[in-house]
Unconditional design. Structure first.
Length: 363
């Protein structure tokens, strides 16, 4: 019995070995089958990808060819259009050149402006210049009026005649008056000229053969002597043309205001009594601060029938006016004149030059 049991145990072991072997083989077969299936799937997928890539490439090439044909057709259309436009532009350029040539020919064929029109243009230019000069004078007058003292309690209204520029009467001599600082000063040029020449002689300063004076000596003597009259002091200076010019500086205590003009002792009225309206006319040099005194003095002169005129003056504080003496020369004047280039020759004689009209000094 023990032997039989031992044999049965041995047969079972063999069976188990066989079953294990079969199961192992089956597992191996399953693994092999699985691996074969995976490789087959991968191969199928790769083949499908290759087929799809070929189809996509063929489709892209087909679309490229179609776009190429479309672009070539568009290029041909643009080339035809450009050629047509260039032709039209060339035609336009030729037409423009033709019109310009016709215009130039017509300009050459036009006759020049007639002399009458040229004369009118010259006359117009002259009138424009006169107009500008008048506008400048009007601006100066307006500036004087703006800066004139404003009335307080008393009325300052005066009758003023409209300007009527005209020349002075024949052979009439000017007598000047300076209006500055709200006062009026008689400018007796002949008296002051005599005073200056006498002072030069008094100093012993004599001219040379060219009628030139030693300017330094003249300036030094006048600086010490301070010659003049009741209203002005004469102060010499030498200009760039070697002329000794005598500036006049008003004295601080001199001059008369509006209140003093109406008095019997007025020096302004005394100056008017010393001259005649038949032989003299009055010239008023008016600064911007003295328009009122000018109007009062002008009114008194008009009542005495004196012809008169005025001009606005703009000068610095150093000089009030200049003496009408222009023939006193410094040393070297003759040499300076000789060194200058000769004047241009006069044009050939044609129509006689009309005489110059006298300046309009009255208004």
């Amino acid at each position: 019995m023990k032997k039989r049991k031992k044999d049965e145990g041995g047969s079972l072991d063999s069976l188990l070995d066989t079953i294990t072997t079969v199961v192992g083989i089956l597992i191996i077969l399953l693994i092999v089958v699985q691996l074969g299936a995976d490789s087959a799937v991968k191969r199928i997928v790769e083949e499908k990808k290759e087929e799809d890539s070929k189809e996509l490439m063929e489709l892209a090439m087909k679309q490229f060819e179609e776009q190429k044909k479309s672009l070539l057709a568009e290029k041909n259309k643009l080339q035809l259009k450009l050629a047509s436009e260039n032709k039209e532009q060339a035609q336009l350029i030729n037409e423009i050149l033709k019109l310009e040539n016709e215009l130039a020919a017509k300009k050459k064929a036009m006759p020049p402006a007639p002399p009458k029109i040229q004369n009118l243009r010259q006359e117009k230019t002259k009138l424009d210049n006169d107009k500008k000069a008048i506008e400048v004078k009007v601006k100066k007058v307006k500036s004087l009026l703006v800066k004139a003292p404003k009335p307080t309690g008393q009325t300052l209204s005066k009758e003023v005649s409209l300007p009527n520029p005209k020349p002075a009467p024949p052979k009439a001599k000017p007598f000047r008056f300076l209006c500055r600082g709200g006062k009026i000063y008689p400018l007796d040029d002949p008296h002051l000229i005599n005073r200056v020449t006498q002072e030069i002689q008094k100093a012993g300063i004599k001219p040379n053969k060219a009628k030139e004076y030693d300017g330094k000596k003249v300036l030094a003597h006048f600086f010490k002597a301070k010659p003049g009259n009741l209203f002005f002091q004469a102060i010499p200076r030498i200009d760039g043309s070697k002329r000794i010019i005598f500036d006049l500086r008003k004295k601080s205590a001199a001059g008369e205001d509006e209140a003093a003009l109406a008095k019997a002792s007025s020096k302004y009225l005394a100056a008017l009594k010393g001259i005649s309206p038949k032989t003299h006319y009055l010239q008023f040099e008016v600064f911007e601060d003295s328009f009122a005194i000018y109007l009062s003095a002008r009114d008194l002169a008009s009542k005495r029938n004196f012809p008169a005129g005025w001009k606005p003056i703009l000068r610095g504080p150093e000089t009030d006016c200049t003496l009408n003496l222009w023939t006193i020369y410094d040393l070297g004047r003759a040499a300076l004149i000789a060194s200058r280039p000769p004047p241009k020759p006069k044009p050939p004689a044609g129509k006689p030059t009309p005489p110059k009209k006298p300046a309009n000094v009255l208004d």
